[in-house]
Design a protein around this ligand. Structure first.
Ligand code: 5CA
Length: 446
């Protein structure tokens, strides 16, 4: 992409309404624009990152054997009356009446709709286990939408639902989700800690929230610092292997890690004092096992092969895809702007032409641009006729992890400069070598 042809409405002034850095930078970098409280348009740069996160979530869900689908945003009220949640959900639910006087709602989550799909088609244990998921817009009329996409009213969520014959099978689905979430967040360059949590309006006997530590997080959390040492890395995972998934679950939940809702001073006191940590965190996902809560009220049963009709065991599992943008920026930025992790960056590399209009500089930039593109990478080339200072400012704010700076002075010596956004370290090298270096960095990521 050439910046002269892109739509990147970078703001010069600091937006006053933004209280936290991710919200400020998303507005300043021209990623989002608020249309009403807690509702945003996703401008091209923001949309590009959102799509990248969505793709990672899809890949990791399907790797775990979960099936993608798409349910509507508008749901009929009857299903929620059946489960008993229509009244319980209160004012957070956006209720709509259609022209025929039918009560509808904009889905805040989909347990009812998916249970209705399940009971319409599945009658036998032979069709289990089954996990269906979708990534779709949700609406919750939050009392205090704030912090940009972090607590929106309209937000993008992956929600998945497992259906199993027994509690034991459903707990394997729970563990499988935990493992797939760990992989997902690691690919996004995030450390998200599973913490014992509270079921809230979804309900459930078992539930964990995934928290990214950040001072601006809305949750208060307590944990044993040992959890920070855990990495999944690129270990081979067989998602059908019950023992392996259980092992990873055990490994990640062996140490104390709880949100304030379930925090227990007595158990926490057993953690060695130097490892006790109290911090704030951003909830980027939550998994639930709630047994037959919905299958009972909505009568979702299967034949168990022994002549009995039994209620199916279920769980639901969510990832806050749009919130993740905010969480990544909170976890990865400096005072000049965003620093995207390589796995989610909107463009792989910036090309900064110090002197647009200079024939040699223009030609060198074009050549680098074409070579990177031919390798399947997406560069963002600042070809605008602007002062170099303004170009550096924009590039730093937008936060691409790597930048190639091209100027007449370097070209005289046959070199360009490759800069790492995170460390600020620069290295001079011939243009071909710069292209090679970027390609090597992204091998296996892009
Ligand atoms: N049905 C379950 C699992 S699919 C469910 O709705 N879980 S949830 O309420 O925990 O939501 C899942 C994730 O969506 C949360 O962990 C959070 O990351 C994200 N989320 C929830 N509310 C908002 C909001 N108002 N703005 C942005 N993201 C949100």
């Amino acid at each position: 992409m050439r910046l002269s042809r892109y739509f990147l409405p970078v703001l010069k002034e600091t937006p006053r309404e933004a209280q936290i850095v991710s919200h400020r930078y998303m507005l300043q970098a021209g990623m989002i624009k608020q249309s009403s409280a807690g509702i945003y348009s996703w401008l091209p740069l923001g949309f590009k990152v959102l799509r990248k996160l969505e793709n990672i979530v899809h890949e990791e869900q399907q790797r775990a054997g979960h099936l993608p689908m798409l349910m509507p945003t508008l749901q009929p009220a009857e299903l929620w009356q059946e489960s008993g949640r229509y009244n319980d959900y209160g004012r957070e639910m956006l209720r709509i009446e259609d022209r025929h006087g039918r009560d509808m709602l904009y889905g805040p989550t989909n347990e009812e709709l998916i249970t209705d799909i399940f009971r319409s088609h599945i009658t036998s244990y032979k069709e289990l286990p089954l996990t269906l998921y979708h990534i779709q817009w949700k609406f919750r009329d939050e009392v205090r939408p704030r912090f940009g996409v972090m607590r929106g009213r309209e937000f993008f969520m992956k929600d998945g639902y497992n259906f199993d014959l027994s509690k034991e099978d459903a707990l394997h689905a729970y563990n499988r989700h935990l493992v797939s979430y760990l992989r997902t967040y690691e690919r996004m360059g995030l450390k998200a800690i599973p913490m014992q949590a509270d079921g809230g309006p979804i309900g459930g006997d078992y539930t964990h929230e995934f928290l990214v530590l950040a001072e601006t997080g809305e949750s208060e959390v307590f944990y044993d610092s040992k959890v920070l040492d855990l990495h999944l890395g690129d270990r081979e995972i067989d998602f059908d292997d019950v023992a392996q998934c259980q092992g990873i679950f055990d490994e990640w939940t062996a140490h104390y890690a709880r949100t304030d809702e379930t925090h227990d001073d007595a158990i926490y006191a057993e953690v060695p004092e130097e490892r006790r940590q109290k911090a704030r965190g951003i909830e980027v996902g939550q998994i639930f096992y709630f047994g037959t809560k919905y299958s009972q009220t909505m009568n979702a049963t299967v034949d168990d092969g022994k002549g009995n009709k039994v209620n199916v065991h279920m769980g639901s599992h969510g990832i806050g895809v749009s919130r993740l943008l905010g969480a990544i920026i909170e976890a990865s930025h400096d005072d000049k702007g965003i620093i995207w992790p390589e796995g989610v960056t909107p463009f792989h590399c910036g090309i900064l032409n110090m002197k647009s209009g200079d024939a040699e500089a223009d030609a060198a930039c074009e050549a680098i641009y074409n070579s990177l593109t031919a390798l399947g990478l997406e560069p963002l080339y600042d070809d605008r006729d602007e002062r170099a200072g303004a170009k550096f400012g924009t590039m730093d704010m937008v936060g691409l992890p790597w930048r190639i700076t091209v100027g007449p002075r370097g070209l005289k010596n046959g070199v360009v400069e490759v800069t790492c956004r995170r460390t600020g370290d620069s290295e001079e090298m011939p243009p071909e070598q710069a292209v090679e270096k970027i390609a090597k960095i992204y091998a296996g990521i892009a």
